[in-house]
Design a binder for this molecule. Structure first.
Ligand code: ADP
Ligand code: ASP
Ligand code: MG
Length: 433
């Protein structure tokens, strides 16, 4: 179906911006400030902290600690009702009689959550699917609240991005959105609302596997929902509204003197995200097409420019743009003089990791071929070492491979900037620092 001709922009409001009813009203105010202009799609995540709360309740339920799980869920329900009441009281469209509907929606969502938790207690391996369905609960409240603001339409299905938008993958892998499917479906579902001049609100983070079951796109996944939708709708621009002034030279929670970076190129932004800058889900940039703009703007100061990333455009500035870090990493080294000149050792090492669905974030091989080092998440390191010791048992016995060493609980620090490639002396400064 053809989309309306005016340009589309996607706005994403994350948990950091959605703390309470006042914050939801602020979202409405930001949207109301630009009543004309491009058609808008709004992606929302769960309220601040809710996904963490649900995860901890799931952990207790799976451990058989039902009283703890129940207490957490009850506190969450109380918070959601308070927010719903606050939103209902502060809305701008009295004609819609939303307070009653809102309470019913929130109540229904809560009942479902109760049922899910009572099932979860008896599950073990099958719990993964249900856990995703429970986590998806967090993304529902902002959606239920949205009819309270005039000109907002709620997308017609609870998790429409679910509709076959995720490829089935191995159990241990985070599902990846199926871009082709979403491209094929989005315009037909969302276009008619935009054509009526409405702002469409879509819950982020949630998708469905091949069998239609609810899956989630990994922590911080609503950033990814926003760019997947932007691509599918051929949007001009995506704005991620954040609790920070933009993408900064480092995480301001760790480095208070960090500064905003006005422009980044897509490779720099991807690298920062990949190496742990929480401000962007690691896959956020992937769906965007050449020429599309991604902006990170401060929720608290909507007039500020924030950070702009135009896909395909080189951003100019200092050679080092920003620094990020990914913690809880382990360094695994496979080394031995007998590895020198033996073809296929690296292929075997990484084949074993791939078969175990372990993702490697950094690799280095000594030029003498006597050692291969790589980093994996700390919580997979022991398993990785066991698998390698089993696979290389003969080489270890023959002393061709001397040892497989693991150093856990490290942080990978990434110093990012495209201009570093043409600037001598950066590595020296990094290591001396
Ligand atoms: P949202 O819920 O809106 O997706 P997040 O909490 O996921 O927001 O991301 C915003 C947080 O990312 C900030 O509060 C900040 O602590 C963290 N962060 C990490 N690295 C950076 C960076 N380089 N620039 C800005 N924020 C960063
Ligand atoms: N609510 C989800 C999370 O906390 C998704 C998101 O915030 O983008 O991970
Ligand atoms: Mg996030």
């Amino acid at each position: 179906m053809a989309l309306q001709s005016s340009p589309i922009v996607v706005h994403k409001f994350g948990g950091a911006a959605l703390a309470d009813a006042a914050a939801i009203s602020h979202v409405a105010a930001i949207l109301a400030a630009e009543p004309t202009g491009p058609a808008r799609v709004v992606v929302t995540s769960a309220l601040q902290g809710v996904t963490n709360v649900l995860l901890s309740a799931i952990g207790h339920a799976l451990a058989g600690e039902h009283a703890e799980a129940r207490a957490i869920v009850n506190a969450l329900k109380a918070r959601e009702h308070a927010v719903a009441e606050g939103v209902a009281a502060g809305g701008d469209d009295a004609s819609r009689e939303v307070p009653a509907t809102l309470a019913v929606h929130v109540g229904e969502a809560d009942d479902e959550l109760e049922r899910q938790f009572s099932t979860l207690g008896g599950l073990k391996g099958e719990a993964l699917g249900l856990s995703d369905a429970i986590l998806a609960h967090g993304e529902r409240l902002p959606r239920e609240s949205s009819p309270r603001c005039s000109r907002l339409a709620v997308s017609p299905t609870s998790w429409w991005t679910a509709r076959r938008s995720c490829r089935p993958t191995a159990v241990t892998e985070t599902p990846r959105p199926d871009l082709e499917w979403t491209d094929a479906l989005a315009a037909g579902i969302i276009g008619p609302f935009l054509d009526r001049g409405l702002i469409v609100v879509v819950p982020g983070f949630i998708g469905a596997g091949g069998n239609g079951a609810v899956v989630t796109l990994g922590r911080g996944g609503s950033d990814l929902t926003a760019t997947v939708l932007a691509r599918a709708l051929d949007a001009r621009e995506v704005t991620l509204w954040k609790d920070v002034p933009g993408c900064m030279t480092a995480d301001p929670r760790l480095v208070p003197e960090a500064r905003v970076v006005a422009t980044l190129d897509a490779r720099e932004a991807s690298e920062l995200a990949y190496y742990g800058a929480k401000v962007l889900h690691p896959r956020t940039l992937i769906p965007l097409r050449h020429g599309m703009t991604l902006r990170l703007r401060p929720f608290a100061d909507p007039a500020a420019a924030g950070t702009t990333i135009v896909v395909g455009r080189v951003a100019r500035g200092a050679p080092v743009r920003a620094i990020s870090g990914i913690s809880q990493q382990a360094l695994v080294a496979v080394s031995g003089t007998g590895m020198m000149g033996v073809p296929g050792v690296a292929a075997r090492v990484f084949g074993i990791l791939a078969a175990a669905h372990v993702s490697v974030s950094m690799i280095s091989q000594a030029s003498s071929e006597q050692s291969i080092c790589f980093t994996v998440p700390s919580d997979r390191a022991a398993e990785v070492a066991d698998r390698l010791r089993t696979a290389f048992a003969e080489e270890l016995a023959r002393r061709e491979v001397d040892e497989i060493v693991v150093r856990s609980d490290l942080t990978t620090v990434a110093v990012v900037g495209s201009g570093m490639a043409r600037t001598p002396g950066i590595a020296a400064r990094i290591f001396s620092a």
